[in-house]
Ligand binder design. Structure first.
Ligand SMILES: [Cu+2]
Length: 119
């Protein structure tokens, strides 16, 4: 009789573990897809601040335009990232997944440049 009882307990433990995997599994994988951290860049008086920002791979960087004229955020190679024109107080985000140095500029005012260093 004792062995039947312990089998029952073992069965319950297996069931609980299986339920935990079912419930927690999708949440764990969703967490892995989310940016690991976040950083912000302010656009003010025709400049990006900070001019140079170091982040870890997986960081979501958000630019906010505080000027009263539109600006854009465009990677130097014109391909890696390219925002729409951001009006006053509008923001735009990009998640950097690969290490490297990303120089970018405003396509409306090309003298506005800055860089993101991804580690
Ligand atoms: Cu601009």
């Amino acid at each position: 009789m004792k062995s039947v009882k312990s089998k029952k307990i073992r069965g319950t433990v297996v069931l609980v573990v299986a339920l935990l995997v079912l419930v927690a599994g999708p949440r764990l994988s969703a967490a892995a897809e989310r940016p690991s951290s976040q950083a912000a860049i302010t656009i003010d008086n025709f400049s990006f601040g900070p001019q140079s920002l170091s982040v870890k791979a997986g960081t979501e960087v958000t630019w906010v335009n505080h000027d009263d004229i539109p600006h854009t955020v465009v990677s130097e190679d014109l391909i890696t990232f390219r925002s729409r024109a951001l009006d006053t107080d509008e923001s735009w985000s990009f998640t950097f997944t690969k290490p490297g140095t990303y120089t970018y500029f405003c396509s409306i005012h090309p003298k506005m440049t800055a860089k993101i260093v991804v580690q």
